[in-house]
Design a protein around this ligand. Structure first.
Ligand code: MG
Length: 339
């Protein structure tokens, strides 16, 4: 491929949540993400960074990293690896935005969806879960009552009173329920909860213990009637081998691993270790979700509701029907700015 001239732009965006989002770590009302644009030959590729405060990322640090990466982008050779090659240390969300923009641009230049660039067929996807935060019980039940279009709920747990919340929700719906403790339980607290979680028909438990307690998690899993899925314990492919035996699956997020190219590597390593894959997301617009969705044919479970949790999605192009996301068939990531 001949040398291509690029122009890049970086925008900070503020996303407002439809309702405040409560986790065991705290509550958020807005999210500040970054959109990276890469223009060449009349096409614009875009990717989104959803910085993760737990990993000391911010919109500002992501924007700085993206500017540095864009300065170093010299050609379009091996676009899928450019994000890995130019990544700034500790800035995975920025890397994911860069990787997303390169994939979007490549698809647009070739006139094909990113899914096809990756050699993946369009096929029926798993239902996406709908997240219910650690809310007071009446608020949570109100959200569940409005969630009928989703087959699967993901309940945030990991704090006192979470079993009462789960029981109330279980009594009010037949939807599949998976739970995410977000590192919020102790070993004994998890051990006490697990039998009842199983009795209530919970599908799996995400990150029951803090990431640092891997040995405890391995011990807990031996006594658990339910599968465990790693989230805070896993960023990318390099983290996966040590998780085998402690977890049954991983929650893979582009913002954690650095985009589509590193995610494909992580999927291959997870499969080699017999782990299932949940494809997850941060609070992000349809742009970030579209990048993750391009990998959906490769995974077991989907948790891609980030764009549905915000009131002011700045991108559009994804569909939704009967609890399932419908990818765009347009070139690239298939989403466009809303205005
Ligand atoms: Mg999680």
């Amino acid at each position: 491929m001949s040398v291509v001239r690029f122009e890049s732009r970086i925008h900070l965006i503020e996303l407002t949540l439809r309702t405040p989002f409560r986790l065991s770590r705290g509550t958020s009302v807005t999210r500040r993400n970054v959109v990276f644009e890469l223009a060449a030959d009349g096409e614009i590729g875009r990717g989104e960074a959803a910085p993760i405060p737990r990993y000391r990322e911010s919109a500002e640090s992501a924007a700085t990293a993206l500017a540095e990466m864009a300065d170093r982008l010299d050609d379009f050779h091996d676009f899928a690896e450019a994000g890995v090659r130019l990544a700034r240390p500790g800035q995975r969300a920025a890397q994911a935005a860069f990787d997303g923009a390169l994939h979007d641009l490549a698809g647009r230049r070739l006139g094909v969806p990113v899914r096809e660039l990756l050699g993946l067929a369009k096929r029926p996807l798993a239902p996406t879960s709908w997240t219910i935060g650690l809310d007071p019980i009446p608020d949570a039940l109100a959200k569940v009552a409005e969630s009928g279009r989703f087959e699967v709920l993901k309940l945030k747990m990991g704090a006192d009173g979470d079993m009462e919340l789960l029981r109330a929700i279980r009594d009010s719906t037949k939807q599949t329920i998976r739970v995410d403790a977000n590192e919020g339980w102790t070993f004994d607290g998890a051990l006490a909860r697990l039998p009842e979680l199983a009795r209530l028909g919970v599908e799996f438990v995400e990150q029951p213990l803090p990431a640092a307690q891997l040995d405890d998690t391995r011990e807990l899993r031996k006594r658990s009637p339910l599968p465990f899925v790693a989230d805070e314990s896993v960023h990318d492919a390099a983290d996966i081998p040590k998780l085998a035996g402690a977890f049954d699956g991983i929650n893979l997020k582009l913002a954690k691993c650095g985009g589509i190219a590193p995610a494909r590597e992580a999927i291959a390593v997870a499969r080699a270790h017999g782990l299932k894959i949940l494809l997850g997301c941060m609070i992000e617009s349809s742009l970030g979700i579209a990048a993750a969705l391009s990998l959906a044919p490769l995974v077991d479970w989907l948790d891609l509701d980030g764009h549905l949790l915000i009131a002011d999605d700045p991108f559009h192009g994804l569909g939704f029907r009967d609890g399932r996301l419908i990818p765009s068939d347009r070139p690239g990531l298939g989403v466009e700015p809303a205005s």
